[in-house]
Write a protein that binds this ligand. Structure first.
Ligand SMILES: [Zn+2]
Ligand SMILES: [Zn+2]
Length: 159
């Protein structure tokens, strides 16, 4: 699933700005790696980013991709979601949003909700720590996986 063009442009602009501000060198390789995350709505893990980038840059090493992803995270350009660490997924959507996670295939898709943004948490949370943001993760079975499990009934077209 591809991100919207407007979002991709906004993300690339933010990337350029962050590199300039931090004084980091804006290399072609870094740009390609960020673009790989920025252009997708799939929340890829490092492995998937590596494969995507390698299609356009066959010489890129896995190590470079991993290091660059964590560097991008330090710059605040991407966030990570969910343990465990070796399967960390990266997200270039920095707007307030929530996730639908398919428990079968791992599809992670963004959705938006003003209501969930304003979710009231139980007081017990305060005894654990100070809350900064709330992000809801909905788990379920995506339509694709559901269709595989129960082959859709064949509807005959009328007329
Ligand atoms: Zn699925
Ligand atoms: Zn997301």
């Amino acid at each position: 699933m591809k991100a919207r063009k407007r979002d991709i442009e906004q993300r690339m602009a933010r990337f350029n700005e962050a590199c300039r501000k931090s004084g980091a060198k804006l290399t072609h390789q870094r740009m390609e790696i960020f673009h790989e995350v920025a252009q997708t709505g799939d929340h890829p893990d490092a492995e998937k980013v590596f494969h995507g980038v390698r299609e356009r840059m066959p010489t890129v090493s896995q190590d470079t991709v991993y290091r660059t992803l964590w560097w991008l995270k330090d710059l605040g350009l991407i966030t990570t979601l969910g343990p465990p660490r070796e399967r960390t997924r990266f997200d270039a959507n920095l707007n307030r949003h929530h996730h639908f996670v398919c428990v079968k295939c791992g599809l992670t898709q963004d959705f938006y909700s003003d209501k969930l943004d304003k979710l009231t948490l139980p007081e017990s949370v305060q005894s654990i720590g100070h809350v900064e943001t709330t992000q809801v993760e909905v788990k379920g079975i995506c339509l694709k996986c559901a269709a595989k499990e129960k082959p859709a009934k064949q509807f005959k077209k009328r007329g």
